[in-house]
Design a protein around this ligand. Structure first.
Ligand SMILES: [Zn+2]
Length: 410
């Protein structure tokens, strides 16, 4: 029997404890991603996509699958190798892993049998998690496809706005935008579209239905604008939450919108594209240009789909806007920055095809100006190309293009 040498073991443990997560990570076979401090990746024990991460600056690690984490390399080594540090052999084995050394003679060694059954346990857990995430992804796909089908149903059932015997769609667009693109059949109308709110039909009535299309012209969603011509001004019904009395939007989207666009007038093959966030502004500018034949007019549906996500490091404080936090302290409002998020995938925000050489982006005049300006610059940067002239157009202060059309028209 080998003599017990406590000094050697104590020193072994001490040197393992002294190692930072940054130093131990590569020894443990974890991926070190560039110079960033946060390194997200699949958990070597639990699998998954990016549920595991360690932070070299904060000296912390965590695994979202297992709901565990800590601030030492030994604990991290134990988790990703399925070792139990509450037992001395597991603890010493974890120390050995971070040091990249075997446990010195005299320390309790993990038996070959224990080691094998630990590795088998890990393998089984990884397989289980892989199956589970596959199932969850399929469920999300199924749900999205169902929502898209519902949206297509709403769109397919509706009648062409420009030729329908029902006139409210044309009247609304004439009143709000000064025109309705009579030669195009992108927009549709339906007299009875239910407005669902908290599981109940709050309103049912006339609505304009617009499609969200992807680059292949497939309808991936729809945009619904409820109309009430009796409400002078916006010509939309006033909808309120029956409990809180809060004003509700009279527009809704179904299915997918991200990465899609709402066509208003013209063909996507056109080399000049003009559009902004909403249908009314795009249509108002289209009408004011007399629906140019060389132009495709569109709406992005919302500002996020137009601008795309921001690179987090470009966010900045609003020069004067503040918001009161839970403790009653006024805090500066932070604005999503002008730089587009890096490595965006196609489909994360609206597309503009390569053949477009002239792009005019319409800003909303009735939203917060600094936030809007930042988002519009982000859109321009994201959609800009060497051979593309890209222009942002702002309406006069406190106006938007639809209001201007309305004023002219009245
Ligand atoms: Zn894990």
């Amino acid at each position: 029997m080998t003599a017990h040498i406590p000094g050697v073991i104590a020193e072994f443990i001490e040197s393992a404890r002294g190692l930072s997560i940054a130093v131990a990570a590569p020894v443990l076979g974890l991926k070190v991603l560039g110079r960033k401090s946060e390194h997200a990746q699949p958990c070597p024990a639990c699998g998954g996509h990016d549920g595991f991460a360690f932070n070299t600056q904060k000296n912390k690690w965590n695994c979202r699958h297992a709901g565990v984490g800590g601030n030492d390399a030994i604990g991290m080594a134990a988790h990703i190798n399925g070792l139990d540090i509450k037992h001395r052999d597991g603890f010493l084995a974890a120390c050995g892993l971070v040091l990249g050394q075997p446990v010195p003679v005299g320390g309790e060694q993990e038996s070959d049998n224990d080691r094998q059954s630990r590795l088998d346990r890990l393998e089984a857990m990884k397989r289980r998690n892989a199956l589970q995430s596959e199932k969850a992804a399929k469920q999300a796909d199924d749900y999205r496809e169902k929502e898209r089908n519902k949206a297509r149903g709403i769109y397919d059932r509706a009648d062409f706005l420009s030729t329908s015997p029902i006139a409210f769609g044309r009247e609304y667009l004439m009143a709000r935008c000064g025109g309705y693109a009579p030669q195009w059949e992108w927009l549709r109308v339906d007299e009875n579209v239910p407005y669902w709110h908290n599981g109940e039909v709050l309103h049912e009535g006339a609505a304009i239905i617009a499609p969200f299309m992807d680059i292949a012209h497939t309808v991936i969603g729809c945009h619904i604008t409820w109309i009430d011509l009796a409400v002078v001004g916006k010509y939309r019904p006033i909808l309120k939450d029956p409990v809180t009395n809060e004003l509700l939007p009279s527009k809704k989207m179904r299915g997918s919108k991200k990465g899609g666009i709402i066509p208003l007038s013209g063909e996507m093959e056109a080399s000049r594209w003009v559009g902004g966030e909403g249908i009314e502004n795009g249509m108002a500018v289209a009408a004011s240009e007399n629906f140019r034949a060389d132009t495709f007019y569109f709406a992005a549906g919302d500002l996020g789909n137009l601008s795309g996500a921001a690179e987090p490091s470009s966010r900045f404080p609003h020069p004067f806007l503040t918001k009161t936090d839970r403790n009653g302290v006024a805090r500066r409002v932070f604005i999503a920055g002008p730089e587009p998020k890096k490595n965006q995938e196609e489909g994360e925000a609206m597309f503009v095809p390569h053949h477009v050489t002239d792009l005019v982006l319409l800003a909303d005049g009735d939203s917060e100006p600094i936030m809007t300006a930042s988002a519009m610059i982000r859109a321009k940067t994201r959609l800009g190309r060497t051979n593309r002239r890209c222009l942002i157009v702002f309406p006069p202060k406190n106006e938007d293009f639809a209001n201007m059309a309305q004023v002219q028209h009245d």
